[in-house]
Ligand binder design. Sequence first.
Ligand code: UGB
Length: 598
Amino acid sequence: RKNLALFSPQQVELAKVLLEMNQSHLFEHWPEPGVEDDEKRAFFDQVARLNASYPGGLASYIKTARELLADSKAGKNPYEGFTPSVPSGEILTFADDNFIRYEEAGVREARKAAFVLVAGGLGERLGYNGIKVALPLESTTGTCFLQHYIESILALQETSRRLAQGEGPTEIPLAIMTSDDTHSRTLELLEKNAYFGMKPSQVKLLKQEKVACLDDNDARLAVDPNNKYRIQTKPHGHGDVHSLLYSSGLLKEWLGAGRKWVLFFQDTNGLLFKAIPASLGVSATNGYHVNSLAVPRKAKEAIGGITKLTHKDGRTMVINVEYNQLDPLLRATGNPDGDVNCETGYSPFPGNINQLILEVGPYLEELSKTGGAIKEFVNPKYKDSTKTAFKSSTRLECMMQDYPKTLPPSARVGFTVMDPWLAYAPVKNNPEDAAKVPKGNPYHSATSGEMAIYRANSLILRKAGVKVDDPVQAVFNGQEVDVWPCIVWKPKWGLTFSEVKSKVSGNCSITGKSTIALKGQSIYLEDLALDGALIIDAVDGAEVKVGGSVQNAGWTIESVDFKDTSVPEEVRIRGFRINKVEQLEKAYKEPGKYSVKP
Ligand code: UGB
């Protein structure tokens, strides 16, 4: 009270809110006026930020925290009254007629899309020191995830624009959710690389704020151990993306500009854009308000399961059940074996890859009611079974895939299951943890993430009629992987199967030791027999026909030990490097017609 004169009326209001919410301990150690006044004011700056960035403000945060902490103490099951069952959704098979139809529909819709990348996470499981979007998705070209994502969106934009013949919006916007942990490094990466070819005005960065930590079951806010004038904060989770899109006005802007779809995606999945056109086609064709992308899931794999939940009162919803909750939920509802594979070798519950496609209109309508608030959870680590004290402070968390939880039963919520090799290869686990993954389950490491790119591209070219040798097995960083030829291409070379197919003709073959990098839109493979390394770079407007027999010593893959700190971190986490022995390399910098025929 003695300090009150130091503060603005808004700051006094915030102090009142805190006192009303039983948070007087925050001021207990404050000295007399005149001592550390700037620090006291800085404390209120932080409180104002915490208050403004949470739907309903701090009072609402504390109230929800008390309720959730009481439920947690009582051991309340969040799925009380619900029985899980396997939902039905759209199951796609790469390159069949149905898939091609959906791809065509998706590409047509793409010009009405907006993309949202959630990249605020530190990636604690991976333990990489940089930001994850700066990691190369493969080391043949060294392209990083962010570059690949932007180039994929631009390729989609170009193809969609051509199909629409200039009608409707032409630029596909990209929003990136960052956090204090990733914001400046993400911006720097974009600026240093001229936004990887996207217009800077096309990209919007939305920074998520952390939320206040809680010290006890009464939701007393935790004082930062390093500064008594700060509240300790921790990340709130990827669910923040909804309130940010709403409060920033971006969603409204997108709807006003005629956008129909928002596509959410995560920081490290190098395969994702191969699945985007077809799944957007599914959304458009089936009129889904919510479409979650999924892949067959191995039991106990650390990805959530898409589940149909039926309540005793008849309510149903199709929702992600997070990987640590699926097994207990199944056991508690008459499935004593819990989360196990069925006769297909996979869990019957499709695996959530956290790629969501939402229809903008109904999405904005829903957020206008909720302000973007997503159902939260709390996960305190208790000191003992009395559940009265925590080992360390906790906080509320939320997940973006929980958005459908507040939707009315009339909402059209669906999902699309893709071939696992086509759609999902995240880089989430560090080498030591990946090596411990049960045999047959995906590693989700930098090693498997890169190998999955080569496998998918090999399988796509096979479908397009190219003879590609079988893979060989190798072990890197303790993980057994299939090594396919290192085949990579820029998204503009072929984002859909039809595009890839249109660029390949005659009898083409690629041997197991080969590498091919196609960096240009109009590169055509005609009767190419490749046994070695071939790199073609062509500007837009340069049409290059590549054929005949290309043979050289090629590029080899050399093992690297992840403990060898003399090797850069992004190389050693994958356990190998590429040794560029010999290659045929051609670059075409001027438009024109060219032919490579050694
Ligand atoms: N992220 C943020 O932007 N902000 C945050 O505060 C936290 C994360 P993780 P997680 O695909 O395998 C999810 O940590 O949360 C971003 C799904 O919940 O990589 O353990 C972060 O930058 C799960 O159902 O994953 O698990 C990253 O881009 C399953 O689908 C993204 O959010 C799993 O992903 C995901 O964060 C999966």
